[in-house]
Design a protein around this ligand. Structure first.
Ligand code: SF4
Length: 84
């Protein structure tokens, strides 16, 4: 059987909050199941990026579309899928 190489582990991106759109309503902070977000004055910030599990609750609940989760496409290296 061929060897399947695993792609190198890449750090997960974190949610991006647009400061010009966020009004500090706090809905995303309340919706986050892992406590990754907090309010800093009138702006939401990702205070614990390692806690973020990318659930997407924050993105869906934001009434101003201020919060987005970037995704990264990783192209696998040549994978030998032959069955011997
Ligand atoms: S839900 Fe949206 S507008 Fe409200 S604090 Fe979070 S990012 Fe800002």
């Amino acid at each position: 059987m061929g060897v399947i190489e695993q792609p190198a582990r890449i750090a997960r991106p974190e949610p991006i909050i647009a400061p010009d759109l966020c009004d500090g309503c706090g809905l995303c902070v309340k919706a986050c199941p892992t406590g990754a977000l907090a309010l800093a004055g009138s702006l939401a910030v990702v205070t614990h990026p390692a806690a973020c599990n990318y659930s997407g609750y924050c993105e869906r609940i934001c009434p101003r579309q201020a919060l987005t989760r970037p995704f990264q496409i990783v192209v696998a290296p040549n994978i030998d899928r032959r069955i011997e």
